[in-house]
Design a protein. Structure first.
Length: 155
């Protein structure tokens, strides 16, 4: 095989690997503060806005964002954050999440503008128009908890 083809093939392979790595990049993390349990289904994880009345064990502190999602609305981004928190908690065997916060996080802005000048016998005039927008993503954090099955109470 010619050297150029070999280099091109290796570069294409490297670009493909990088694209896969970027598309699957972790946007959720956890820090264990207690023992993890056997994984469960995310649908079995209950969201709590206040500490539950019963006794519970803290398993981990969770952080995630809506980064790399195709959600454009605030509600859609919030749904992504909650889904990702539940998925991470389920991996750790937590059957509850004590929600700490969900907030907007700026990631950049986009702007554009256009202008023109008119010059005539009686003077000149300049006109311009511009617009910009702030790009936001949602960020969320919570504590993965485990409650005994008989103690679960929904909020």
């Amino acid at each position: 095989m010619p050297v150029r083809q070999k280099i091109a093939r290796e570069m294409l392979s490297a670009v493909g690997c990088a694209a896969v790595a970027m598309s699957t990049a972790c946007v959720t993390s956890h820090v264990l503060v207690g023992p993890a349990r056997a994984p469960i289904l995310p649908s079995q994880v209950q969201l709590y806005l206040q500490p539950p009345a019963g006794k519970y064990e803290q398993i981990a502190v969770l952080d995630t964002s809506s980064k790399h999602s195709f959600s454009f609305t605030a509600q859609g981004k919030t749904d992504v954050v909650i889904r990702r928190l539940k998925q991470e908690a389920a991996k750790l065997g937590a059957n509850g999440i004590l929600l700490q916060e969900i907030a907007d996080e700026p990631v950049g802005s986009v702007g554009t503008g256009v202008g023109t000048d008119f010059t005539g016998a009686h003077g000149s005039i300049s006109l311009g128009l511009s617009g910009s927008g702030l790009l936001l993503q949602k960020f969320g954090s919570g504590i993965a908890i485990y409650l005994e099955t008989g103690q679960k109470t929904g909020n």
